[in-house]
Write a protein that binds this ligand. Sequence first.
Ligand code: MN
Ligand code: MN
Length: 296
Amino acid sequence: MEDLDRFRESGAIARKVREEACRMVREGVKAIEICEAVEEMIREHGAEPAFPCNIGINEVAAHYTPPPGDQLTIPPRSIVKIDLGVSLDGYLSDTAATVALSPDLEPMAEASRVVLHEAIKAMKPGVRVSEIGYVIQRTANALGFKTIGNLTGHEIKRYELHAGTTIPNIAVPYPGKLKEGHIYAVEPFLTTMKGAGEVVSMRLVTIFRVAGGRIKLRRLKPEERELLTKLSERFNGLPYTTRWINDFEKVRAIHERLVKIGRIQGYPVLVERRGEPVAQTEHTVLVTEKGAEVLT
Ligand code: MN
Ligand code: MN
């Protein structure tokens, strides 16, 4: 199918960019350098980032992208997740990899790859998503790690990154079965056995999105209305970083106000509740007649 070939193309871009990004992860490198390089590489391939490049260091599991001027560097002996998305005319792919900069963290990074591999082996039409959650948890536990229960994989459709079906990372009853021709992002997150196995929100927010539904423009000051309209037209409801806004300092106060009143949604940075390190591996996968095809 022509549609599926476009998803395959998108996935191939995501894979190449992920591999390049992982090679950049070294102690002392600025996080912003890696994320900007990822986003630029995606654009060089004629696609767009589906969301800002996420970089999660140690206990930070998800939703951190460097804000403008960020000075954060990769600390020594850390574990680093790079999570990126590609949109090729709305044909989305979503992938993540973990780089461990310390031998004692390598087993967890490796386990997240093994767990994902086992989950993908179990994927075929008609399999319950709860079965995939079971495989993920069982495999992680057998390797000596806990999964993060409140982060999940998701179905992907054109222009829809989180479409319908959810894929749990723990063995819980969950509605839904995998369907042939459908595309899913599978993304086990692992932490240590000492970890809580769940993430909590920090106050820090680095990724935003114009709130859904019809944008009501009444009761906004003219400058607020102007910024909201601009962001809505430019990002089309997709997540963005303030790094992508020229002269952000000039509109920072207005942006903060729009977040405060809920017209702009913020995605808080998510951290492991007990501060334990987290590993994540993610692929976008097409369910085929006999099994699954990894697109990323
Ligand atoms: Mn992802
Ligand atoms: Mn995902």
